[in-house]
Design a protein around this ligand. Structure first.
Ligand code: SF4
Length: 493
């Protein structure tokens, strides 16, 4: 077994706080398949790095300790040299002391002592950031540095492009970080002992997804039987725990008089009967969809650093759409828009949506609140089209509650997302044949395509565009076929 490094890095310290078993695997199996970084995670890391680099520009001057993560000795020496040189700000100042290695995003000289600044690509201070900051404070102080202040620097949700001078805000968290200091020596000792021993035996629990999802969940958590009680729609943890305690493991075992919500009751009925359950009101609910009907779907990006007028950090910005229009005699037309030019795509997108939905009596979406917000965003960004865009929003009909309140198939698995309901209601129409098969991936790829096109070669861009167009088209075709299927089911019911 490879000997782990003696000092625990601050990121591993945070992992160890979540679960010693997870820490053990991360240290002893650094090449584990669960730890391989996929393109989506890489995109998240890249965002964090970009935000970190931008944050450095907010300081007056500064010396960067610029070495690779594994060049620990060089980092420590360069930090000491920068401190000796009388630098006012040191970026990535590194300390190894008290059993911990920590690199600080920024270390700032103050009138008295030093202040550390932790940069996060978030919109506020989160509870889980505090141990991260505390362990930096601990390491720097243990190394003999007089650090008197700790700050959290994050993105400012009020900031709007082009006024990026207000992109960051700094919040003092000294007291909250100091409150965590007394426990750190014991926590470091526990982690050290765990790492020096055999794999810790820890039962799965809340720590498996709090504060972060553990990548090793599959190793620890047993495969659950089909229709396990945890698949009950909107099931609450205390209720689940009580049922499991009472030996109720699958939905079939739930007594008939168990108090449940209407959707949960329908789910249990469907599971116990082993077939699709359809409520009487489905036909009436579907009457809200009048022809010609437009079936609309947007894809969005949410860059941490806004790049177009009026946009805020992480605001969802619609950039792509697909729309199937079904006429009175069942004639179907398809409209799509994906920008091909650099620059703000919203005006062209707004025009494409208005044109596609022109004449539609109903505009159908799945989880239509999202499409409503996209339309409102476009109305604000493109005021000359605000009226028709808001008119489209006024004609939105949400298919999701129609499904949730009237239909359940045992294969829904406790969810009502389009991808959960489509395979069982419209067999043969899914996303498995597509290269881009979910909204998060589409958003990540769109952000790369639109904001960093220079990183893609022209043939790669062409392929990516095709994949994104195919994904968005599938979403609205799915809505058309799902609606047809619901009508058929309602008639036969
Ligand atoms: S799945 Fe849970 S118990 Fe297992 S290593 Fe992860 S956090 Fe620990």
């Amino acid at each position: 077994m490879k000997q782990p490094p003696r000092n625990i890095s601050k990121s591993r310290f945070c992992v160890g706080l979540q679960c010693l078993r997870r820490l053990w695997w991360e240290v002893h199996e650094p090449d584990a398949p669960e730890l391989q970084v996929d393109p989506r995670q890489q995109a998240i890391y890249d965002r964090g790095h970009r935000v970190g680099e931008l944050a450095r520009t907010q300081f007056l001057g500064g010396t960067l300790v610029d070495f690779e993560p594994w060049e620990v000795r060089e980092r420590l020496e360069a930090t000491q040299a920068a401190l000796r040189d009388g630098t006012n700000v040191v970026f990535e100042a590194s300390f190894a002391a008290g059993g911990v290695f920590a690199a600080l995003d920024a270390l700032e000289k103050r009138r008295r002592g030093w202040g550390l600044v932790e940069v996060k690509a978030t919109l506020d201070v989160k509870e889980q950031h505090l141990p991260d900051i505390a362990v930096q404070l601990y390491a720097a102080r243990a190394a003999g540095l007089d650090v008197r202040r700790a700050e959290h620097m994050h993105l400012n949700r009020e900031c709007a492009f082009p006024h990026l001078d207000a992109l960051f805000v700094r919040e003092e968290v000294t007291a909250a970080a100091e409150a965590l200091l007394p426990a750190i020596p014991r926590q470091v000792r526990q982690m050290r002992e765990a790492l020096d021993g055999k794999l810790p035996q820890i039962e799965p629990g809340e720590q498996c997804d709090t504060p972060y999802d553990c990548p090793f969940a599959r190793r620890c958590q047993p495969e659950l039987p089909e229709h396990h009680v945890s698949t009950l729609y909107q099931a609450r943890r205390p209720k689940l725990a009580a049922w499991l305690e009472a030996g109720i493991e699958v939905l079939h075992d739930l007594p008939d008089d168990t108090p449940l919500s209407p959707a949960q009751t329908r789910q249990v009925r469907a599971v116990k009967a082993g077939r699709l359950v359809v409520e009487d009101g489905l036909s009436a609910a579907l009457r809200a969809i009048e022809h010609p009907a437009a079936f609309l779907d947007f894809e969005t990006i949410n860059p941490p650093v806004p790049v177009w007028n009026g946009c805020h950090p992480y605001e969802a910005i619609p950039v792509q759409m697909s729309c199937h229009v079904v006429g009175g005699r069942g004639r179907v037309e398809h409209h799509a828009h994906l920008p091909d030019e650099p620059g703000d795509p919203r005006a062209a997108l707004a025009e494409a949506v208005v044109e596609a939905c022109e004449g539609a009596r109903t505009v159908v979406a799945y989880n239509a609140g999202f499409e409503g917000r996209c339309l409102e965003h476009l109305a604000v960004a493109v005021p000359r089209l605000a009226r028709p865009l808001r008119s489209i929003r006024g004609r939105l009909v949400d298919l999701l509650p129609i499904v949730r309140d009237h239909v359940y198939h045992p294969d829904f698995g406790g969810g009502f997302g389009l991808k959960a309901v489509l395979p069982s209601l419209v067999p043969g129409l899914g996303y498995d044949d597509l290269d881009v098969a979910d909204g998060d991936t589409a958003s990540t790829l769109l952000e790369g395509l639109l904001l960093a096109p220079e990183k893609l070669k022209p043939p790669e861009r062409t392929v990516l565009r095709k994949q994104l167009l195919a994904y968005c088209e599938r979403d609205t075709r799915a809505l058309v076929e799902l609606t047809q299927r619901l009508r058929a089911v309602a008639e036969s019911a």
